[in-house]
Design a binder for this molecule. Structure first.
Ligand code: FAD
Length: 337
């Protein structure tokens, strides 16, 4: 599938969201790619309930409320989101457009790229088992896109956090579920833990204490899992393994795009937040320049200046007239006021 737009924003964190708004004011349409399955970046993934106190004019706002408001603010500009997929490959073709391909094989072409990738992609923590790659996406999954795959199958869920317990409590009615965790204390929400323990008591799921030691199988299909408890090895038959050990952040494919990097962050100028490659910009936590503060408000400022230069790339023959949102009739029309 191929899409065409003015700007591709990589990252749907708070800074990527505000960038959509600033670009929209200048008539620039955005497609946004994020490898999380939800919008909001660190705010939504790491601290949705926590109050933030240093957003201008918001004495106290929860991280999730901030994201919800930024999304509402961006809505008049109809951004198209491509979630649950990583921005993988970036090439510039003879037509002078950028072609970005995602991990779901979607290609988007645009005049400018805006990298708002924070500390990088949120990616699943993997099991430290040598041959695990052989089984990934065949019988080992780190997230669930289509749960019908597990119907009437033996499924081993590993972990003690929210994802592990939520999926245990969800899938038990259609699959034969075993939950494995290294101890009987869990990080998940107390209601999920109580529900899981109730299911265990009613023998609707199995719970075992232990750590996965090895995977056996052929052509990506698991036949048996070995797990370790008190220095003894036990084996268990399963069709699928779902390791839910949380997420970590890593720069990922962006590191290979030939940009000027300094300690895994992208160097930019402070006039337009452009990288060493013309028409590729980096804003928010991902960029670095003298005096950079990794704060949401810094990313907001960077978005506004970046958008001015993007306008120039998209409309080289037009003059950008500076206008206030309070008084410009044209901007009111765009905002649906
Ligand atoms: P992020 O929020 O990190 O979003 C980047 C997004 O890009 C992610 O969703 C990621 O999945 C995606 N991504 C990355 N690479 C790719 C790729 N290749 N393909 C697809 N998607 C990709 N800041 C404040 O200003 N005030 C505070 O009080 C404050 N408190 C904080 C408290 C905590 C606990 C934490 C962890 C941070 C706090 N911060 C605070 C920092 C603030 O959250 C960050 O500055 C902000 O989230 C940066 O926004 P961003 O949009 O640049 O990046």
């Amino acid at each position: 599938m191929q899409h065409k737009t003015d700007i591709i924003v990589i990252g749907a964190g708070p800074v990527g969201l505000f960038a959509i708004f600033e670009l929209g004011l200048l008539n620039l349409q955005c497609h946004v790619v994020d490898n999380l399955n939800k919008i909001g970046g660190q705010c939504t993934e790491l601290y949705p309930e926590k109050p933030i106190f240093d957003i201008p004019s918001r004495p106290r706002v929860s991280a999730q409320e901030l994201v919800d408001n930024l999304l509402e603010q961006a809505k008049p500009f109809n951004p198209i989101f491509h979630l649950n997929q990583q921005a993988e490959k970036l090439e510039r073709k003879e037509d002078k457009l950028w072609y970005l391909t995602t991990s779901d094989n979607i290609t988007i072409c645009a005049k400018c790229i805006v990298i708002a990738a924070g500390a990088g992609s949120f990616v699943p923590r993997k099991l430290p088992i040598e041959n695990i790659n052989e089984f990934e996406n065949i019988s080992v999954f780190y997230s669930i896109k289509d749960k019908s795959l597990f119907k009437n199958k033996k499924v081993l869920i590993a972990g003690g956090g929210d994802s592990a317990l939520d999926w245990t409590n969800d899938l038990f009615s259609m699959s034969e579920i075993t939950l494995i965790h290294r101890r009987k204390e869990f990080r998940a929400a107390p209601e999920s833990v109580s529900k899981m323990l109730e299911l265990e008591q009613k023998k609707k799921i199995n719970f075992i204490i232990g750590q996965i030691h090895s995977i056996k199988g052929n052509l990506g299909k698991i036949s048996e899992i070995e797990y370790k408890r008190d220095d003894k090895i036990y084996s268990l038959q399963t069709d699928f393994l779902l390791p839910f050990y949380g997420l970590k952040m890593e720069l990922g494919p962006i590191a290979k795009w030939g940009l000027n990097l300094e300690e895994n962050r992208i160097k930019v100028d402070t006039e337009k937040f452009e990288t060493s490659v013309p028409s590729i910009f980096a804003i928010g936590d991902i960029n670095t320049y003298p005096g950079k503060l990794k704060l949401i408000l810094s990313g907001f400022h960077e978005s506004a200046l970046m958008a001015q230069k993007c306008f120039y790339y998209c409309y080289p023959d037009k003059k950008n007239i500076f206008r206030y949102t309070t008084s410009s009739k044209d901007l009111h029309k765009k905002l649906g006021i």
